[in-house]
Design a protein around this ligand. Structure first.
Ligand SMILES: *Cc1c(COP(=O)(O)O)cnc(C)c1O
Length: 355
């Protein structure tokens, strides 16, 4: 049976990305060696890093003065690395979900943190707006897409300080005005690659100003100066990242990804709102286009498990909601197809007809 992958992360990738990466794992560039057994300093591998970097810059229209680096440690290491490098006087954080909260917690290890707003008391069902950002903050940290709760800041905020954004789960899904950000980081396993690599886009003139001694590996300068080759980078994840970036470009770039994201979301949210069994979990204006969360209406609460089983029998994978929200979550990253969301909607309609 055909499977429709709605996993939240690691998540669906384009089939051709997986196939092309598999080929290189068997025989890298006709060398007779696997991508898994070559040196990251092999002359054939440098072009992979260079092209991946160039494509990210091209696709996101990254201005001069920014570097793109590839590190290990996941987005979670960035929760530490960002304040270690950039918190000088104080940092501002917007608390919109589990990941945002974790980032804020790590920053407190390095100095003063101002929480500009939080929706925690409302179980993160909306994104706070109209908050003040102290003009003397070094940066405002935001999480553009709240993967667990299904809310999203799908625009580049205007604030009086530089932005630093965790874009792990919506990077490459829309055009971004990179010039508003000092740092954009993303664990690749949601929208760009397999797990193992984190992409960091950072403004280089802000580096080297931390008022503290940094361990070599935590210092962004180390990795910028060595072009992500200070130590062994995650070779296979970088390769599959390159394949995904080629795929994004071939399919119309981030404008086309944005359009497709809107189409998919309209189909799924449209059905959630129409179907008597289901309802959305977050404020309509903050609905994520990437992670679509919904639950059973109260009067049908007992149908939650039966619907999951019903959907699973029809090939849906990964639609069970995160334990902090319950219900269901349909993750619709770039690789998700209209066919996939139509299959989910068909299952929702059929299930409604039976009840
Ligand atoms: C998944 C996710 C993370 C955690 O990423 P790791 O690579 O597992 O550390 C952080 N932030 C957001 C928004 C995420 O979706």
């Amino acid at each position: 049976m055909k499977k429709y992958n709605f996993n939240a992360g690691p998540s669906m990738l384009p089939r051709e990305v997986i196939e092309n990466t598999a080929k290189q794992i068997l025989d890298f560039n006709g060398s007779g060696l696997s991508l898994m057994e070559i040196s990251h300093r092999a002359k054939d591998f440098q072009p992979v890093v260079d092209e991946a970097e160039a494509l990210i810059k091209e696709l996101l229209d990254v201005p001069e003065g920014y570097a793109v680096i590839f590190l290990g440690g996941g987005a979670s290491l960035q929760f530490t690395q960002v304040p270690a490098n950039f918190l000088i006087n104080k940092a501002a954080y917007l608390n919109t979900g589990t990941w945002a909260n974790k980032a804020e917690k790590e920053a407190k290890l390095y100095g003063e943190v101002v929480e500009v707003a939080s929706s925690k008391d409302a179980n993160y069902t909306f994104v706070p707006k109209g908050f003040d950002v102290p003009a003397d903050a070094d940066y405002l940290h935001i999480t553009t897409n709240n993967t667990i709760y299904g809310t999203e800041i799908r625009k580049d905020l205007d604030v009086p300080v530089p932005l630093i954004a965790d874009m792990s789960s919506d990077i490459m899904s829309r055009p971004v005005d990179v010039s508003k950000y000092d740092v954009i980081y993303a664990g690749a396993q949601k929208n760009m690659s397999m797990a193992g690599v984190t992409v960091i886009i950072l403004k280089t003139d802000k580096l080297g100003k931390a008022p503290r001694q940094l361990p070599t590996m935590l210092n962004y300068l180390t990795h910028v100066e060595k072009g992500s080759m200070f130590n062994t980078p995650p070779v296979v994840p970088i390769y599959s990242l390159l394949e995904t970036m080629r795929w994004v470009k071939k399919n119309g770039g981030v404008e086309a990804m944005d359009k497709l994201a809107k189409q998919r979301a309209e189909i799924v949210y449209g059905e959630i709102d129409r179907n008597k069994l289901f309802k959305g979990t977050v404020a309509e204006e903050d609905r994520s286009l990437m992670n679509i969360c919904f639950v059973m209406n109260e009067e049908y609460a007992e149908l939650e498990k039966p619907f999951l089983e019903f959907a699973t029998e029809r090939g849906m994978v990964g639609v069970k909601g995160h334990r902090s929200v319950g219900g269901f979550r349909a993750s619709c990253y770039n690789a998700q197809t209209i066919e996939g969301v139509n299959a989910l909607v068909a299952a929702m309609k059929e299930f409604e007809a039976k009840h």
